[in-house]
Write a protein that binds this ligand. Structure first.
Ligand SMILES: [Cu+2]
Length: 165
């Protein structure tokens, strides 16, 4: 039993290590994914990590994709029983630090999907930074919560109902 458990653990660890990284200079975009949405839903959310390995802070000023009309940087906030999203004009990644966009917190709001996306589809994303650097990444569409993310998955996408599009 212990042996089986340790094999499962090894498999999980390997899966975790197989991360996707897109980099330009000191900036890395890691493990980008888009949460699958039911047919007819025009707004989707993307999650990822942005890592800054440099000595200067970096500022993400915009994200674009040919698959969507518009992409915004959002932060989910819960006040009392009300879930709300703040629209951030830019996102600062401090020197030698990572910023995590994950369920229930920061995320990319992908608006006006051009054609329906299903699990397994790939979405090209272009990240533009204040210093003029650009990173082209590819996010994978997948359903549900991220394994191992724990409580972050408890806030589902219905929290985005506040959008009027
Ligand atoms: Cu949002």
């Amino acid at each position: 039993m212990i042996k089986i458990f340790s094999q499962v653990l090894a498999a999980l660890t390997l899966g975790f290590l197989a991360s996707n990284v897109w980099a330009n200079g000191d900036i890395q975009v890691k493990d980008a994914w888009v949460q699958a949405a039911p047919p007819g839903v025009k707004v989707m959310a993307a999650y990822l990590e942005i890592k800054n390995n440099g000595k200067q802070q970096q500022v993400l000023t915009g994200v674009s994709s040919p698959a969507f009309g518009k992409i915004e940087i959002h932060r989910s906030v819960i006040q009392g029983n009300v879930a709300r999203m703040d629209h951030l004009k830019e996102l600062t990644i401090p020197a030698n630090a990572s910023v995590l966009l994950q369920q229930g917190g920061l995320h990319l709001m992908l608006m006006d999907v051009k054609k329906p996306l299903a699990s397994g589809d790939q979405v090209p994303l272009a990240f533009i930074f204040g210093n003029g650097e650009k990173i082209a990444a590819t996010a994978i569409v997948r359903s549900g919560k991220m394994e191992g993310m724990g409580e972050g998955g408890t806030m589902d996408h219905s929290g985005h109902g506040g959008h009027k599009h």
